[in-house]
Design a protein around this ligand. Structure first.
Ligand SMILES: Nc1ncnc2c1ncn2[C@@H]1O[C@H](COP(=O)(O)OP(=O)(O)OP(=O)(O)O)[C@@H](O)[C@H]1O
Length: 771
């Protein structure tokens, strides 16, 4: 780029920065003066508020003047807060105000226009934009096309402009480091620079290099269901975080971050991505894992953890059970079963008082089914509660005459009596009979309060029994044979579920059905406040879970991101997911976007990992050069640990973050101990509640989901660890975590899952070959 262009742009930049500084000074003044105002209001509060409390009108005056002062205060405080936020944005802009310039011509206009695009908008006078926010409609032309006609969406519909110049900048500390003009959508050079950076324990925003296909995902506002199938490293997570920032900008004032929820694969991942939105000047949305959601909804039960769920995968029969329990057929079966509860089969519990039955379950059942067939489960339950509460009220009189109440009245202390009078808002009564009745009533009401609460909280329903009854009824509703199961196996599984329930535990698959059944029984209608729901790594969700989430968040638009190649929990079944999903949303409001380009890894790593898949989704590597992956096949564990040690040291010397990814936690523990014996310090990530750290970490495969590292060492890629075809997607997921370097180490024969990779795509290092 010619020096004079750089100079001209630097001059323009200096001018913008000067104006930003002017705006900052004026905001600082404004903040100072508002602060002083607030202080003055507090100081003069006593003088300005006229306290007149002797008459009614005096009290009204006082109230009015307090209210005026409060309004003034809150108005000043809002102003101060707003100015402080604006100042924060300007401070961020000052060092790096924009990253692109576009010159374009709009049909019908005499002159071309020039705009600069940055992280936030900046005007020096009303409607005079020196910088446009990257999320403004016009900024789309930067992401959507190169030179020539480019179309973008405005609030009034599509608009086409003719782009004459597209210029990109790298600015640091108010100085232009590089300027380049590009004909492309977003220049490869800029993207290459961004991707060559080292990994971090926190994900970064991609605003300056968003790709066209990613931009479609970010700016989609029409779809009820947006399904993104994207290869590993294609920027699904990155794009979705930008999308949240975009939605918050687009619907400012009508949408806040608390109305957006992101379901993520694990807590480590939550921690990894939690800086992106603050970096974009927005607040984080609600983030949770499905496990956390189920546990929060079922506080008295222990739901199976990620690690337990992963270990369970190994058993084939458990997998079949999971398949059926994850299906839409099963979801429909639970719905049909609940529907039939309107007529019969609702299970109840006795309501007890002082160790004996107060309302027997038969009585509760009689009440429940006494209402006509127009009642649904929700109002049937409400009406039952109302009736039970009335009956409980009527029982107060009977109970008051019982001996235990008389005894309790006799033993009341003076203080207790006084307290009861205060609570009952009744003066002490001189008539002793009335006084006795008053006290007896208070005692009974207090004693009944637990029962009262139990009625309000539906304790007369027996959800555990109901759930088991539902499981028993299933063979009549779902075709078990279709899932390769027979009734005996199903019964055995029910037995296991009962065993778990007795210990207060539930499997994750059971937890969804349990919650759904409970919600139907109690007529819950879901959380209507959530407007956007995102699921990352959706291939690990079952159709049941998705249908349940749709039921639980009925007003939310869904954005689902996944890679069918990385289905480590649902395996091949995940391919059915798309079909099943399409039945849950209106076809004209469903959009499927495919991202095929993989940005995370070097071309060599992507070419290698591509061959790990059979019939995989399409993957195109991004053109970034690196070394070929290395495979070491060693003679035994000790030799392999030595190789891990050597490789980890090389990686550390290159300042690379290394993740050693083992299959299970047990293997990772063993390796960490062995490494420690040889003097290598590595941090073992045992649970998802830990934090990622720099240096060498050892992490089990199921926790590495969604994360990325400079270097990955795959630990024990031998045939007895990964001998099963079902592990193919897991191996793919592990290897695709590497950005710059991938090393695969086997303690003996290499897993056959690598057989399909052509020899030209890696360097094979056999133990014997090196010795
Ligand atoms: N347009 C882009 N500009 C710069 N970096 C990008 C872009 N798109 C993706 N990346 C980078 O590529 C890497 C992979 O992105 P991301 O983690 O979002 O992929 P993913 O599709 O969610 O991957 P996976 O499914 O394997 O977890 C990240 O480091 C991300 O910052």
């Amino acid at each position: 780029m010619a020096d004079n262009i750089k100079q001209q742009e630097q001059q323009h930049l200096d001018g913008v920065i000067y104006k930003i500084k002017v705006a900052e000074t004026s905001l600082e003044k404004k903040i100072k003066s508002t602060k002083k105002d607030v202080k003055d209001i507090y100081a003069n509060f006593n003088n300005d508020v006229r306290l007149k409390t002797s008459t009614y009108s005096g009290m009204m005056d006082t109230a009015m003047s307090i209210r005026q002062q409060q309004q003034m205060l809150s108005e000043r405080e809002n102003r101060q807060e707003h100015a402080a936020r604006e100042l924060g944005t300007l401070n961020k802009l000052e060092g790096n105000p924009y990253f692109a310039r576009i010159d374009f011509h709009e049909t019908g206009e005499k002159r071309s226009e020039t705009i600069y695009i940055g992280m936030a908008s900046f005007t020096d006078k009303p409607d005079h934009y020196l910088i446009y926010d990257w999320r403004a409609p016009i900024s789309s032309i930067y992401y959507n096309g190169g030179i020539g006609d480019v179309t973008y969406m405005t609030p009034d519909g599509e608009q086409t402009v003719n782009v004459k110049l597209k210029r990109q900048f790298q600015i640091e500390n108010s100085k232009i480091k590089t300027v380049f003009d590009t004909e492309e959508v977003v220049g490869d050079q800029m993207l290459l620079d961004a991707l060559s950076n080292r990994s971090d324990t926190k994900m970064k925003s991609i605003v300056t290099t968003i790709q066209k296909e990613q931009n479609q995902i970010i700016r989609d506002t029409n779809s009820e269901l947006l399904f993104v199938q994207g290869a590993a490293g294609s920027g699904k997570t990155a794009a979705v975080l930008q999308r949240v920032a975009y939605l918050l900008y687009q619907y400012r004032g009508n949408l806040h971050s608390g109305q957006i929820i992101l379901f993520s694969p694990n807590q480590l991942f939550n921690d990894y991505i939690n800086q992106v939105l603050p970096e974009l000047g927005e607040q984080n949305m609600v983030q949770m894992t499905f496990y956390q959601y189920s546990s929060y909804r079922l506080p008295s039960l222990k739901v199976e953890t990620l690690a337990q769920r992963f270990d369970e995968q190994i058993e084939e029969r458990a997998q079949k059970i999971n398949d059926i329990k994850g299906s839409l057929d099963y979801f429909k079966a639970v719905s049909a079963y609940a529907n039939h509860l309107n007529k019969e089969d609702m299970r109840f519990r006795n309501l007890m008082f002082n160790g004996s039955v107060m309302f027997p379950k038969e009585k509760v059942e009689e009440i429940y089914y006494s209402f006509n067939e127009n009642y649904n489960l929700r109002n049937r339950l409400d009406a039952t509660k109302e009736k039970l509460l009335k009956m409980l009220n009527r029982k107060i009189h009977v109970e008051m005459r019982k001996k235990w109440v008389e005894d309790a009245v006799q033993t009341l202390s003076r203080e207790e009596i006084q307290q009861m009078h205060q609570k009952g808002e009744q003066e002490e009564i001189l008539d002793s009979d009335k006084e006795f009745k008053f006290l007896a009533r208070q005692i009974v009401v207090k004693a009944f309060s637990k029962l009262h609460r139990q009625i309000i909280r539906n304790h007369f329903l027996s959800i555990n029994n109901q759930f088991v009854h539902m499981l028993r009824s299933c063979p009549q509703i779902v075709d078990l044979g279709h899932y390769g199961l027979d009734e005996t196996q199903w019964k055995e599984d029910i037995k296991a579920t009962i065993g778990r329930l007795k210990q207060g535990r539930l499997s994750l698959a059971d937890a969804s059905a349990y919650l759904y059944l409970y919600d139907l029984m109690t007529g819950k209608r879901g959380d209507k406040d959530i407007r956007y729901l995102f699921i990352d790594e959706v291939q690990d969700y079952s159709a049941f879970q998705l249908a349940f989430l749709k039921f639980s968040f009925p007003r939310a638009k869904f954005t689902l991101l996944g890679d069918l190649n990385q289905a480590i929990f649902t395996h091949e079944n995940s391919r059915k997911l798309l079909d099943e999903l399409s039945t849950m949303f209106p076809a004209d409001k469903t959009r499927v976007v495919q991202l095929t380009k993989s940005y995370r890894s070097t071309e060599q790593i992507t070419n290698f990992t591509k061959h790990l898949l059979t019939n995989g989704e399409e993957i195109v590597p991004f053109n970034r050069e690196g070394e070929l992956p290395h495979i070491y096949v060693e003679d035994g564990v000790d030799a392999a640990v030595e190789t891990v040690k050597r490789q980890a040291e090389i990686n550390l010397n290159d300042h690379e973050t290394t993740a050693i990814i083992g299959k299970t936690l047990k293997e990772c523990e063993m390796l960490t101990n062995k490494l420690a014996e040889t003097g290598v310090r590595a941090t073992l990530i045992r649970t998802e509640n830990q934090r990622l750290v720099k240096g060498i970490i050892v992490v089990p495969s199921y926790l590495a989901k969604g994360l990325e590292f400079d270097s990955v060492i795959m630990w024990d890629a031998s045939s007895d660890c990964y001998g099963n075809e079902r592990d193919r997607q897991l191996v793919y997921t592990i290897c695709t975590r590497a950005m710059h370097r991938l090393t695969i180490i086997a303690t003996h024969d290499l897993s056959p899952l690598f057989d399909r990779v052509p020899e030209s795509e890696y360097v094979m290092e056999k133990s014997t070959a090196r010795s």
